[in-house]
Each structure stands twice: as structure tokens, then as C-alpha cells.
Design a protein around this ligand. Sequence first.
Ligand code: UD1
Ligand code: CA
Length: 450
Amino acid sequence: MTLSVVILAAGKGTRMCSDLPKVLQPLANKPLIKYVVDSALSLNPLDVSIVVGYRAETIKSVFSKNSFNWPLQKEQLGTGHALQQAAPFILGDVTLILYGDVPLIDVDDLKKLISLTKGGISIMTFNKGDSQGYGRVVRDNNKIIAIVEDKDCSSAEKKISEINSGIMAVDSKKLKKWLKQLSNNNQQKEYYLTDIVKFAVEDNSRISSYQALDEITITGINSKYELAMMERAYQMSLAKKLMDQGVTIIDPNRIDIRGELTCGQDVTIDVGCVFEGKVILGEGVHVKAYTILKSCEIKKNTVIESFSHIDSSVVGEQNRIGPFARLRPGCNLAENVHVGNYVEVKNAQIGMGTKINHLSYIGDAEIGSDVNIGAGTITCNYDGANKYKTIIESNVFVGSDTQLIAPVKIGQGATIGAGSTITEDVPAEKLTLSRTEQKTVPDWKRPTKK
Ligand code: UD1
Ligand code: CA
């Protein structure tokens, strides 16, 4: 059996009140439609067609280098009309129909749905307490005989709680035949895809249903409010998975994972933390409140104090970072490093046991082990046009308020006196300082008020 997937994404999503098409609105920092495409691809389909209309080019541009078909539905005349545009691209035996605004579909459910097609239609349904607005699944003696849209429902049909999720799998040959039979003779003057159920009854084709296990997997998004509600539900499910693996999350309502977070044993995450991209936290790592970690690895037993930002860096074991520390891309910290408050580090290798505890900027640097960088030290790595490197060898002591004008190298074991501006390489094991001599003016008097 070969599979075709059609994703409906032509609608504008008026209720989003946004310039961005609905299917590009982000859930956990990823466009809604990407969830749908990823799920579709995991089924190894022969072809994927994404029906676009509103802002078609913008939607296409989100998928660099793709082999999808992009049928264009210029006017949104209904879900059936959308499928008619996709029909020429369908080559698989079975066609799976998905919505671009239903992001959290369950791949196992889809597999079961597809397996029930058997030369006919298989409909993903759900038993909803309040079914208003949805197409109702009408049964006779338990056999599905129609799907009736909310606006076309009789008062008896309105009471049906079993709804059409919109997701279905259909025998491709029959789908193409039935699509030709559609008309728009209904309340909304739309070509309803759901009318194919009537044709299947007439043809004596098999009509099956599969009940989605979890409502969120069939839930579509129409407004910013619904988007926010789904975001919270999705975040809770991600948090739950981590907690099931033993991660301590102080408040699962206050965590945001916008990518992939992998945790070792006995990790603790306090409130308000945001994880972006691929983040790895080693065993025993403690991330304190309001920290933002993006594309980074934090190794065993390291503590990230509150309000720290780490981006595209590797932090070694047993470090203490923050509070209010910022590691910009390209940092690699060995074991036992301390980076304290108001310290910014960028593109720097920092050796074992080195401490940069207060108010410093370290950029484009290579720092050895057991170095002490005093408060207010600045690597002057930029001359306004080019960037230069600072090398500080092991066991160096840099006194407070020192400027290191790169390119510059500080030899092993050197001491730099506080307040120095270092413009030339510093020899190993010696005290170097640049400082205007201190003087006292003996007969100076402080002015007094007249
Ligand atoms: C549709 C189903 C209804 C089901 C409901 C579930 C039909 C006729 N009705 O309702 O039975 O209960 O979904 O949410 O199929 N779209 C297009 N082109 C169009 C129209 C829609 O691409 O011309 C896309 C939309 O962008 C959206 C999806 O199809 O992603 C569903 O459209 P929407 O209008 O929300 O569904 P309904 O017709 O209300
Ligand atoms: Ca609608």
C-alpha cells in the first residue's frame, strides 16, 4: 500500500487577526504546519500535497528545499474544493487528509486510521461534550451514513455528540471519483469534502471510524486564545514526559520548551525557564529561576543561577554560572569554572577552575586553568573594524578594572595590577601594571559653600 498525504492550508484564519497566515503561527516556536508536515513525513508517504491559497508564497518559503506538491486553491470554496485542487497530484493508493491548523495529531492514531481504510473511507472521530460547530457523524444501526455540517443539521442531528475531526483516510481511486460528484448545494454554498460519505454509501463502499484517544490530537486552532491554550497544554505534556523520567520541575505551568530538552538524572528546573533549540542538561544540573538556555549543553552537577542567558555554548561539570550571567555563542567552559553576575562571555575557551566572578566582558579569548579574572576586566577585542584574540595562560591573576587590548597574550602565572591597560604581551610569572603614579596635593582645600 502506498500513501499520499494532502494537507489543507489555504484558509486565511481571519480570527487570528494577524498578517501571518494561521498555519504559520508558532506553537513552541515552530509553525503549526511544520508539526503536521513532520507527522506526515514519519508515515513515509509517496507524495505530500499542501493546498495553499492565502499567502501561498509565504507558506512555501518556510520549507526550504522540499519535494512537496503545492496545489493552489485561489478561492476557498470548501474542503472538497481544496481536495479537487490536490487530486491530480495524488499517486498513492490511500490518501490521508490532514489540516494545517491541527498540529498535535498522533502518528499512531494515523496509522490505525489508515489501516481501516480498506478500499473505502476511514474517519477520525471524537465524542465531544459540546459538538457545536462541527460536522456530526450520523449513524444508522451503528453504520455511518453521513457527515452533516453544523449549519445543515436538523435539530435531532444537532444533538449528536460524535464529531468529524476532519482527518480521514480514503481510497485514492474512489476519492477522485467522488470529488467529481461534489456540489455546493448547502447552507454555506461550499463544496464539502464530507459529502463523499454519502457517495460511499451509494457505492456500498466501506466506511469506518477511529476514535481519537486524546482530544488535543484533533484540536484545530482558530484564534490567539486557542493558540495560547494549546501552547500551555503542549508544554504540560512535554513537562510531564520529563517529570516521568525523574526531572524535578518546580512548577510545570511555568516552563517553556521550544525545541528539544534532554535531561540526565536528578535535574532540577525552577520556575520561568525557557529552553530553545537542542538543550542537554547533565546529571544533577540545577537551573534556577528565569534562566534562558538556547542550543547548549550543561554538564553534570553544574548550577545555573537565576536570570542567566546561555546561547550555543558548552558548560562543563561542576560550574557555577550567574546569577545574571550571559554566555554568548561559542563558549566552552571546562570543569569547576565560575562565571558570576554581570559577566558577558563570547567565543571563549575557559580552563578548569578559572573564576570570572564580577562585571566583566570576555570575548574572543583563550583562558587557561586556575585563572582569576578580577572585577571589571574587559577584553578590548574590537578596534571598530576587526576582532582580535586575547590569550591568558594558566594561573594568571588579573587585577580588577583591567583592560586587555587585543591581540595580546598574558604569560603563565603572571599577575596584572589592578587598573591596568595592557597593550603589549605580558611575561610569565612577573607583576605587570600600567598605572599613573598616585600623588597627594598637600595644601589643597575642599571648596565650601559661599
Ligand atoms: C470541517 C469539516 C467538519 C469538521 C471540521 C473539524 C467539511 C465540510 N467540514 O469544518 O465536518 O467537523 O472541519 O474542524 O469538511 N480549508 C481549505 N480550503 C477551503 C476550506 C478549508 O484549505 O476552501 C482548510 C482550512 O484552512 C482548514 C481546514 O481546511 O485548515 C478546515 O477548514 P475549516 O473551515 O476550519 O473547517 P470547516 O469547514 O468548518
Ligand atoms: Ca469553517
